[in-house]
Design a protein around this ligand. Sequence first.
Ligand SMILES: *Cc1c(COP(=O)(O)O)cnc(C)c1O
Length: 413
Amino acid sequence: MSVTHAPQTADVLARQDPELAEILLGELHRQSSTLQLIAAENFCSPAVLAALGSALANKYAEGYPGARHHGGCEIVDVAERLAVDRAKSLFGAEHANVQSHSGSSAVLAAYAALLRPGDTVLALGLPYGGHLTHGSPANFSGRWFDFVPYGVDAETGLIDHDQVRTLARTHRPKAIVCGSIAYPRHIDYAFFREVADEVGAYLIADAAHPIGLVAGGAAPSPVPYADVVCATTHKVLRGPRGGMILCGGELAERVDRAVFPFTQGGAQMHTIAAKAVAFGEAATPAFAAYAHQVVASARILAAALADEGLVVTTGGTDTHLVTADPGPLGVDGRTARGRLAAAGMVLDCCALPHADTRGLRLGTAAVTTQGMAEKEMERIAALLAGVVRGEVESVRAREEVRDLVGGFPPYPA
Ligand SMILES: *Cc1c(COP(=O)(O)O)cnc(C)c1O
């Protein structure tokens, strides 16, 4: 078995540094032998991994194609132009910046492009699924901007549109952010555009989670509505760990300058090449089928969890993401996550709207890449509930997980 899937380096690494090679194999084994239900994770392809492990990692390339601060960029320039062109065509965007090192860096750059320190920004509050970059006091965003949080309806769990409109009229924000780490439903981008227009605010869509569904035509696109779209490339989109920004031509230069030189240095050309590979993959009919299966599986998973007695936030999902309160099964999210981890089921806790306890957040992006579908979701929900209730002990649950994932190797030999 190859330790990195990058053919030119794998054997060398195993020979030169067996200690580290063993760690890589150990992680590959962990990913293959346990159940990956973290909503933000996926298995990128061997081709993406190969680009990440390529000699492009050696290249310094500050600036943009055709205007670099370093020599010898003529080949990596082609790679970045390809990534940009593929992103533009995949998402129907006038401009794409593919240099952001992460989703958070993309959001930082979007703020840098449009805002000044002290500006007022409206965003989904962190207890309702806002990201750290949406105004957490522990993050630059909460320190440098005046965030006003909107929330979700206590009954339905859906974004409270009336509150968004009222807060926008009251606070006249410079920007409105829509996007979440845990919201399982489609976001009504047309609504947010309308409110932003009414109060003269920029609309920033932080589509880090659903952008892969957008690529596959399984979720509405923010591109026609938002001034700036921030995203990651490593969640449902199944590319390398990194970020991306899409915008109209009129903001292109401001966005590019906000990424480099304002918030970043040299572009990571191996990652940008890997993004190009992922965009190429995401443009295929196979990826569209994948994205639709991700949603179909999440719907089944949500329904099966509800049948087992968990309280599913918003009563279901439109996306890859399911959040649920395991409270009726006798434990809170934190305890449930611990029991599930011992059973080899890897997922996250999340805040539950209008509750003191934490819930569970699951996603179907990774298991769908492995080839699992509706039948396996029902099996996962039953096992999960058994483990959370304490009915299935962890040794037996681990065996069942191994049996389940054994049929779906993420990197078949
Ligand atoms: C994942 C995510 C981010 C951050 O991405 P990183 O690559 O972890 O920095 C930002 N915003 C939202 C909404 C996300 O889901």
